[in-house]
Write a protein that binds this ligand. Sequence first.
Ligand SMILES: [Zn+2]
Length: 301
Amino acid sequence: MTTATEAVRLTLPDGSVREVTAGTTALEIAESIGPRLAKDAVGAELDGRLVDLRTPLTESGEFKIVTAKSAEAGEFIRHSAEHVLADAVKRLWPEVEIDVGRKDHSEKFQYDFRFSRPFTPDDLERIEEKMNEILGEDHRFERIETTREEAAELFEEMGEHLKVERLQDIPEGETITLYKDGPFVDLCRGPHVQKLSQIGAVKLLEASGVYWKGDESNEMLQRIYGTAFARPKELEAYLAAIEEARALEVHGRLRTRNVRHHGAGFARQEIERLGLHDAGNHVDSLFESVLMELIHQVGDE
Ligand SMILES: [Zn+2]
């Protein structure tokens, strides 16, 4: 373990080396490179690992600042949107208890809630609206190191019983950190963006029931999935791609069944069942062509 008096050697993407005191944060390094970079930074990377801008650096290695333009930005953005999701649900239903989010943020984020019923599509719409409202508040993320006892006391006070239990799963000796943005605070290792305005677009995808800790003998929690990007254009491209993949999959499935036997009514039912009729214009037009093809095959009813 490196002590605070030791130096950390960081190799920047241009090959230059910066020597800083251990404990210096990535944000401080970005500031020393330039104010523009510091402003645009959403995170950092050290030897291929994503690092929070506020985490004290204790190891040397290949170092780079991640901005919204970097491919790695999505991980910081989606993890941050995950906290906004939990904040939004708590603001709408203060009695809800929060559990945990997702480990892999390469494509999606998710959060599990102790809620008395499944979330409906209408709920998701309301939550997404609330999330956009919260993004407008543009809170900065704050990283807070704390002790196990303090964290337990805090979440106990907040009535977050699942969090208190989750706290017990953190191995002894590990640094306990909280992340706070505006009124919302969560037990979390990070990393997060600097501030909420760096999350350019969010979309909730679906909700489903899941067993706590994936164990069938545990109670069922309600999970919400979503995704987020730095720019609305990226979100649109992502949604179009998943809709197309889904449409093609259903298309393939319909074709392999005996459509002549089931008839065009079956195709319509299938579309209805999968909720694809309201999945957006892109899918509508894809499905229109599928339907037309099927109707052509069996003759309209
Ligand atoms: Zn988190």
